[in-house]
Design a protein around this ligand. Sequence first.
Ligand SMILES: *[C@@H]1O[C@H](CO)[C@@H](O)[C@H](O)[C@H]1NC(C)=O
Ligand SMILES: *[C@@H]1O[C@H](CO)[C@@H](O)[C@H](O)[C@H]1NC(C)=O
Length: 147
Amino acid sequence: MRIFSVLLWILFPGCWAVMGPGAVRGPPGGSVAVRCRYRTGYEDYPKFWCQEGGWFCSNWFHVVETPGSEAEVKRGRVSIRDNHTQRVFTVTVENLTLADAGMYLCGVQRSGFELRATVEVTISSGKSRRCPPAVSGLPSSGQSQGA
Ligand SMILES: *[C@@H]1O[C@H](CO)[C@@H](O)[C@H](O)[C@H]1NC(C)=O
Ligand SMILES: *[C@@H]1O[C@H](CO)[C@@H](O)[C@H](O)[C@H]1NC(C)=O
């Protein structure tokens, strides 16, 4: 089974608490992976994924949610996994259908105050018109001062 992952994130300067890719695209029947980053200090808070409904999650319902640990939580076709070291949690939706398209939120759950980013999920088998994501490894710092 082919796994399509769209890993986009937009780096913008300034303050942010949770940063998502903004938009992801996956083909019907395929899968999509959404990586959301968070700031230092939020490692042990629960992370969630939900459908957007106004300012909050639709019906206050989280599709998947971690307990704050790095253990993967799966509900049906949707899974979420946190990585405290990278401070990134990844939401994966498998077996995409057209009904999965829409606006979602990925976020960090804190009592009384959610930190989240909006993610638009598009279901399309067409090629993305966006540039492919330029997510590469860490830049190598090979600045040796040889004599
Ligand atoms: C995805 O679809 C395949 C084929 O229909 C099925 O075997 C698999 O269990 C499905 N996966 C999930 C997570 O629903
Ligand atoms: C988190 O990411 C790091 C770096 O890629 C990796 O070494 C580590 O195994 C990951 N942890 C989990 C729980 O996946």
